[in-house]
Design a protein around this ligand. Sequence first.
Ligand code: ATP
Ligand code: MG
Length: 388
Amino acid sequence: MENVILIRYGEIFLKGLNRPFFEKSLIANIKGALQGFQGAKVIKGQGRIYVENIDDVEGAMESLRSVFGIVSLSAALKVDKSMESLQNASRLCIKKAIESRAGDEPTFKVESRRADKSFPLNSMELSREMGAFILRKFPSLKVDVHNPDITLSVEIRENAYVYSDIIAGAGGMPVGTNGKATLLLSGGIDSPVAGWMIAKRGVKLSAVYYHSVPYTSDRAKQKVVDLAKAVSKYSGNMDLYVVPFTKIQREIYQHCPDAFLTVLMRRFMMKIAESIAIESDSKALITGESVGQVASQTLESLAVTDDAVNMPVLRPLVGFDKVEIMDIAKDIKTYDISILPYEDCCTVFVPRHPVTRPKLKAVIRAENLIDGESLMSEALENVELIKI
Ligand code: ATP
Ligand code: MG
C-alpha cells in the first residue's frame, strides 16, 4: 500500500486541442511545482496523472493546487487489485475520514469505477461489496447514497486507488500551452491579479517594472520582486525586467503640458514593454487596468494608450470591481504584499489636473516635445533582468 496523489485534468476542452502537447506541458509544470519534494515521481496514466514516492503528501498537494490545468486532486492509497487490499485500504481511508469529522455517526456511500474491464466485479457489484464490508467494520456508520458525509471512491485502473477526498485544483490550462505575454507589473493590487488571470489561460509570463530612482526605493523594487514570485507560484519561472524610468518622467515633466503627464507616461510604458516583449518572444501585453477606475482609465485614455503599440493589450480586469479584484488578490496571496506602503512611480509625478478625455492628436503633439526615441533606447540599454 502506498500514499499517492491522483490528479484529474480537463477532459472537456482537451477535445479541440492537441492532447499530447497539453499533457506534456502539464506534467512538466507538475514536476516544476514538486521540485522541493525529493524523489517524487510523476506518472502519466489513462486520463490521470499520478504522483508517487512522496513523504509529505499534504505539502505536495498544497504546491499542486496552484498548477493551472489541474481540475482536482485526491490523496489516495494505491494498492494491488485484490479484494483484500481494497478492503484494507478502504478501512484506513474511512477511519481517517471519521476521525477528521467532528460530528458523530456520519453517513457514507461507496463510488466505484472500473476502467480495467478485466476486474471480476463490475462497478455496482464492487460498490455493494465494499459498502457491506465497511458496515461490518464500522457498525455506527449509515449509508446515504444521496447526501453522504463521506464518499469513499474506489478506482480500478492500472492499479487500484482508494480515497475519500476530492480537492479542487486551480483549473485553467497548463502554462506554456498558449504562448507568452508580457505583464506590466506595478506594486499595486491589480496587475498581479491580471497576470494570474492570463497565466490561467495557459500563457507564460514575463514582467516589466518601471523603477524611478530616487523617487522609488529599493524596498519598492523588492516589493515587485516579491509580487512576481507570488505570481510565479502559479505561472512558473518568469523574467522580470526592471526599467529605469526616472529620466523619461523628468523629461515629460519639464517639457510637456502638465495635464498630459500621466497619459504620456503610460504611452512610454507601453512602448518600452512592447520592445521588450518583441525581444523576448511575447505576443501580447497585459495590464491591470479596468474601465473607469482612475482618470487614466477612461475609454478615451485607454484608446490613447493602445495607440502607442501594435501588440494586443490584454486587460483581463476590464469589467471587474475593485472588491472583486481584491478578493482574487487575497486568494492568490498577492494582496498582503501589494498593500505594503512603498512609493509608486506614478504617484511621484501626478498632474494637478489630468486630462480625462485626451485627444490623440494633442497627446502626440505633446509627446513630440521630447526625444522619446533616444530616451527609450537609453532606458532599454539599462534594463536589469531578474530571474524569478
Ligand atoms: P495597479 O494596482 O496594478 O498598480 P492601478 O489601479 O494602480 O493598477 P495605474 O497605476 O493607473 O492603475 O496603472 C495601470 C496599469 O499600468 C497597472 O495595472 C500596471 O499594469 C501598469 N503600471 C503602472 N505602473 C507601473 C510600473 N511602475 N511598472 C510597471 N507597470 C506599471
Ligand atoms: Mg498602481
